[in-house]
Design a protein around this ligand. Structure first.
Ligand code: PEP
Ligand code: MG
Length: 548
């Protein structure tokens, strides 16, 4: 039978799905279990090392929070570090270990409980809310001491999570695609967990009389009415499914409005500051891109026109696509990158040889300079389309000055042919990808030969760190903030500006919200990111600009 339970709404959203009942078992630490004979000094050492690893873990949590909810909210975890660093808190635990001869887990629990009792009895709601932060830190310490692994709330299928209480560090670890809603028994609207839940827009209720029997049952969470409906009937499910769809549409609308306002504000300011462009892989995505009001297309990966087909696309076919892009974006810049085929993208109709090291092999500009027929057809298509908008052309996988000179000669031949045939074109900007360490290192020379640089951090990272970008086993080693990569980026920006040419980043790193402030400070003219990342990037830039 359908049952309704009420609580306080934290975020007004709707979630429909099965319940996962989660219990924070780590709290259940008994004195008996831990009250064994032990060496006091090694126990204090064990505690100190747990504290040190938790401090490190909190740095990661802070970074994750920055990406998810922004720097201001992330400060919650700086606060956690401050509590952990506060000698009165940790000293109380150590004294208990030493004076009472009890294990670190139990001492932590005891000190946590006595702190929480004090905070829980306070009048001020903000101070009362602090007790969950103390619990979060204490639980982190106990978890580290017990080496009991992660306290992340993980689930394979999307669920409504029901738990007696939730900690700030658990909220920030939530995978939004897997948690449709959150229901807790405890908590206050001012707690850091609630503030984070709200920022992450997870429909949620608290103060609900939950029960472990709910596990696995279908439920509807209605944050607008502060209600959870257990075992809903079909008519109720249908009604809420409709409401949910409307709500998702509304959220999308709000996000889109944010983006439009963001780009309009920047245009009204006269286009000052670092421009934000979008990367385009599939021409059919162009409408989604235009809708955002974005400043331009910083990278169109033309190889996608060559994939999933059985023959080479003709010049005419390509011309129509480039012209459509130029016209659709009106006066906004569209950077068309010539074929970056080879490596991991090898259409069978081109009959490329098998290579032992494709990433270091026949790809990008090497193919174009070898198959001049293909290259010229593509250049003709781009130059013909240039008459219809604001196009620029970009060449991938450059490693030497000789390649650039060869390209420029070929482009001159193409233009000559067009003039001869009385086909109009514009003298568009020609740029190169800086995505090999060689190109970055000689970027001072290269800058004299081209109109702009676009830094391809995906390949630049792969080649600088000697880590295959396709090898999932190596992913943990791939530090995208590696100083070597950052130094190369700085060098390229300096060299381009010394020569007075434009420079941008179009690799994935451009969307790294932790680095955006650095990119602005470096003086990058442009970042170009995938459409999915436009919102987080725009939010980050707005946040940075609002502080200036
Ligand atoms: C890059 O290498 O960073 C880049 C943008 O090009 P692609 O990902 O297409 O190789
Ligand atoms: Mg690349």
């Amino acid at each position: 039978m359908m049952m309704k339970y009420y609580g306080e709404s934290i975020y007004k959203g709707i979630g429909i799905g099965k319940i996962l009942f989660y219990s924070n078992v780590d709290y259940e630490i008994t004195k008996e279990e831990d009250d064994n004979v032990f060496d006091v000094s090694s126990e204090v050492e064990r505690f100190e090392s747990a504290k040190a690893s938790l401090l490190e873990e909190l740095d990661d949590t802070y970074k994750r929070a920055q990406g998810q909810v922004g720097t201001d909210m992330a400060k919650i975890f700086e606060g956690h570090k401050a509590i952990l660093d506060d000698p009165s808190f940790t000293q109380a635990i150590i004294s208990m270990i030493v004076d009472d001869g009890i294990k670190a887990e139990y001492a932590t629990m005891e000190v946590c409980n006595s702190y929480c009792r004090i905070f829980d009895s306070m009048e001020d709601e903000n101070l009362r809310a602090k007790s969950m932060d103390i619990r979060d830190i204490s639980m982190g310490l106990i978890r580290t001491l017990k080496v009991s692994g992660s306290h992340k709330l993980t689930t394979d299928e999307p669920v409504i999570l029901v738990t007696s209480n939730i900690l700030p560090s658990q909220v920030i670890e939530i995978d939004k695609s897997k948690v449709l809603g959150l229901v807790t028994r405890a908590g206050t609207a001012r707690s850091h967990a609630s503030i984070l839940t709200k920022s992450m827009r997870i429909p949620s209720l608290q103060g609900v009389e939950i029960s472990s029997d709910w596990n696995g049952r279908l439920a509807i969470l209605d944050g607008f009415k502060g209600l959870i409906i257990l075992d809903p009937d079909q008519a109720t499910i249908d009604k809420y499914t409709n409401k949910l769809k409307l709500k998702i549409d509304k959220e999308k609308e709000e996000d889109l409005k944010f983006l439009k306002d963001f780009f309009k504000r920047r245009r009204d300011m006269g286009g000052k500051g670092m421009e934000v462009f979008a990367n385009l892989n599939n021409p059919s995505e162009i409408d989604d891109i235009i809708e955002t009001g974005v400043d331009g297309i910083g990278l169109f990966r033309t190889e996608f026109i060559y994939m999933n087909r059985t023959s080479i696309p003709t010049e005419e076919e390509q011309f129509r696509i480039y012209k459509m892009l130029a016209e659709s974006m009106a006066s906004k810049r569209v950077v068309i990158r010539t074929l970056d085929i080879g490596g991991d993208k090898k259409p069978s109709y081109l009959n490329f040889d098998k290579e032992d090291n494709p990433a270091l092999g026949y790809r990008g500009i090497r193919v174009s300079l070898d198959r001049i027929d293909l290259f010229k057809a593509q250049l003709r298509a781009i130059y013909r389309a240039s008459a219809y908008g604001n196009l620029a052309v970009l060449y991938p996988m450059i490693t030497s000055l000789e390649e650039v000179c060869m390209i420029k000669d070929i482009v001159e031949e193409v233009k000559e042919e067009l003039r001869y045939n009385k086909v109009s074109y514009r003298d568009i900007d020609q740029g190169i990808m800086i995505e090999t360490p060689a190109a970055a290192i000689i970027s001072d020379y290269l800058a004299k030969e081209v109109d702009f640089f676009s830094i391809g951090t995906n390949d630049l990272t792969q080649y600088t760190l000697a880590i295959d970008r396709e090898n999932v086993n190596l992913a943990p080693l791939c530090n995208s903030h590696h100083e070597a990569v950052l130094r190369l980026i700085r060098l390229v920006v300096e060299n381009s500006h010394d020569e007075g040419i434009r420079v941008g980043i179009c690799g994935e790193l451009a969307a790294d919200t932790e680095l955006i402030k650095d990119f602005i400070e470096m003086g990058l003219d442009e970042i170009s990111v995938s459409v999915d990342n436009l919102l987080s990037v725009a939010r980050k830039i707005s946040e940075i600009e609002s502080r200036q």
